[in-house]
Design a binder for this molecule. Structure first.
Ligand code: NAD
Length: 241
C-alpha cells in the first residue's frame, strides 16, 4: 500500500474513518473528503491524514477535489466512494424530496467520484471501491430509496468494471451488513428494529467498522488482482439465508 494515493469520501466518521486509518497504517497517502468539515478536520488531525471539503452529491465539488489531489500528489491510485446517508421511509411515507436526496448522495455521489477519478486511475492502473450495502442485494421494509440507490451502486460497479477492465482498472463494491457507526445509532435505539437486525444476522451482532475496512484494504491490494465487478457481502451472514 506504500506509495499509493487513496481518496476516501465520507471519511470523517464510521467505516470511512476506519478505512482511512487502515490505509494510513500501511503507509498510503490518504485524503478524506466529506461535507462534515469539523469532524473531517478532527479525524485528519487524529489519523495524520489530509482532509478536503467535498460534497459528493455535487459534480463540480467532487471533480475539484479529485483534481486537486492529483495536482498536489501527482497521482491517484484508489478511490473509495463511501459517503452515504440513510433513510427509513416506506414507499408511502417517503417524499419526493427524500428520494432525490438519497439518490443524490448514495448513487450520484458514487458515479461522480468514479467519473472524476477514471482518467487518473487509468494512468496508475488503480482501482475503485464502492460502499454499497446488503440493502443493495436484498430489500427490506422502510428502505425504499436506500434499497434503490444501493442496488444502483451494485450494478454500476459491475458495469464500470466492464468499461475499465481493458485499462486494468478494477472496480468492486463492499456490501456491509449493519455496522456500529453514527449512521445506525438512532435506528438501533429502537428495540424492535435492533431485534430485527440481530435476528437477521447469523453471527448475532453488528460489525465493527474495522471489520469492513480490512476488506477495503484487501480489495485495493495486489492480492485482489483478479477481482473486478464483484459485490462482496461483509454482513455476518445476512444475505446467506
Ligand atoms: P457515517 O454516518 O459514520 O459516515 C458517512 C459519512 O458520509 C459521514 O462522515 C458524512 O458526513 C458523510 N457524508 C454524508 N453526505 C455526504 C456528502 N454529500 N458528501 C460527502 N460526504 C458526505 O456512516 P457509515 O456507516 O460509516 O457509512 C459509510 C457508508 O457505509 C455509507 O455509504 C453507508 O450507506 C454504508 N453502509 C453503512 C452500513 C451501516 O450499518 N453503518 C451498512 C451498509 C452500508
Amino acid at each position: 500500500m506504500q506509495e499509493k494515493v487513496v481518496f476516501i469520501t465520507g471519511g470523517s466518521t464510521g467505516i470511512g474513518k476506519s478505512t482511512a486509518e487502515k490505509f494510513s497504517e500501511r503507509g498510503s497517502t490518504v485524503v478524506i473528503g466529506d461535507v462534515n468539515v469539523e469532524e473531517g478536520q478532527k479525524t485528519a488531525d487524529e489519523l495524520g491524514v489530509e482532509f478536503r471539503e467535498c460534497d459528493v452529491s455535487d459534480w463540480e465539488s467532487t471533480k475539484f477535489v479529485v483534481e486537486s489531489i492529483v495536482e498536489d500528489h501527482g497521482r491517484l491510485d484508489v478511490v473509495i466512494n463511501n459517503a452515504g446517508i440513510g433513510s427509513t421511509d416506506t414507499i408511502e411515507e417517503m417524499s419526493i424530496e427524500e428520494w432525490r436526496k438519497i439518490m443524490a448522495v448514495d448513487l450520484d455521489g458514487v458515479m461522480y467520484g468514479t467519473k472524476a477519478a477514471v482518467p487518473h486511475l487509468k494512468e496508475t492502473e488503480g482501482c475503485v471501491i464502492n460502499t454499497a450495502s446488503i440493502y443493495g442485494l436484498v430489500g427490506d421494509v422502510g428502505a425504499t430509496a436506500y434499497n434503490a440507490a444501493k442496488g444502483g451502486v451494485v450494478n454500476f460497479t459491475r458495469s464500470v468494471a466492464n468499461d475499465l477492465a481493458g485499462h486494468n482498472v478494477r472496480v468492486n463494491s463492499i456490501c456491509p451488513g449493519f455496522v456500529d457507526t453514527p449512521l445506525i445509532q438512532e435506528a438501533m435505539a429502537d428495540e424492535d428494529f435492533k431485534n430485527h437486525i440481530l435476528g437477521e444476522t447469523p453471527l448475532g451482532r453488528v460489525a465493527e467498522p474495522e471489520e469492513v475496512a480490512e476488506v477495503m484494504v484487501f480489495l485495493a491490494s495486489d492480492r485482489a488482482s483478479y477481482m473486478t465487478g464483484a459485490n462482496i457481502p461483509v454482513d455476518g451472514g445476512w444475505t446467506s439465508h
